[in-house]
Design a protein around this ligand. Structure first.
Ligand code: UDP
Length: 230
């Protein structure tokens, strides 16, 4: 691949080949989508804010010894990362009940999970990202579940603590994993308010504001970034 060549264009990010063969640049767009892309908007400055939040979180994960794809902040809305092959599984960690688990089960909203729940969903919009069982994952050939679960639990401890320090509760979040050129599994993609449920003084500070049309995500995301940088 040649430098600057587009590797993947996702819903809100693009992955671009870096000069170094084993590195990429992730470009965060000023775009937000919900409901499998059914609803979208183009909030100015979102890419820059999410990139900065994601870089700060990945930096802390690396500091805590959790292997990620992150290399460094590479400019406004750009993150330099190791090139990985994304594993098409979304791993969701839940500290409190909200969202799909409340819609789909009899578990009341805000139920505290201890230990946190760790769930696997298929990353496939055409199938509506179904929840998977460990048996199904095994038949599908996934052999690294235990490792992904452990990384997810460790990531939850670090990310919950980052937010707790700024007065925010991490209700739940989604992470993705990738396989590096060397064959190692690392935490990949982004960790930002787009893929987390965050609550501050009973107020949503995440993409639910957009999903439900209940507020300005830029104001909420910028507040989070400012607090993280304090
Ligand atoms: N999530 C995500 N991408 C997805 C699905 C979920 O980032 O495709 C995040 C979501 O923002 C939330 C967590 O994963 O923080 C759990 O989402 P849930 O299963 O409750 O689904 P939702 O209510 O968002 O449909």
């Amino acid at each position: 691949m040649k430098p600057n060549e587009l590797i993947v264009k996702g819903k809100v990010k693009s992955v671009i080949q870096a000069v170094e063969e084993d590195q990429v640049l992730i470009h965060y767009h000023d775009k937000v989508t919900a409901g499998n892309g059914e609803k979208e908007d183009y909030p100015e400055g979102k890419g820059k804010i999410n990139n900065e939040i994601s870089c700060l979180i990945f930096k802390q994960l690396e500091k805590a010894g959790i292997k990620t794809h992150f290399i460094q902040y590479a400019g406004p809305a750009l993150m330099r990362c190791k090139k990985v092959e994304i594993i098409p599984i979304e791993v969701v960690v839940r500290n409190y009940a909200d969202g799909s688990i409340v819609r789909q089960t009899t578990i009341p909203k805000d139920t505290k999970f201890s230990p946190p729940l760790i769930e696997f969903y298929l990353k496939d919009d055409s199938k509506n990202d179904p929840l998977l069982t460990e048996d199904r994952l095994s038949v599908m050939g996934y052999k690294n579940l235990r490792q992904m679960k452990q990384y997810a639990a460790e990531t939850n401890v670090v990310v919950s603590d980052i937010f707790k320090k700024i007065g925010i509760t991490l209700i739940d979040f989604k992470i993705e994993f990738g396989t590096t050129v060397e064959g190692n599994i690392v935490v990949a993609d982004e960790i930002s308010p787009d893929g987390c449920r965050l609550r501050m003084n009973d107020k949503s500070m995440d993409k639910d504001l957009f999903r439900k049309g209940e507020g300005d995500i830029i104001e909420a995301y910028q507040t989070i970034l400012n607090k993280l940088k304090e």
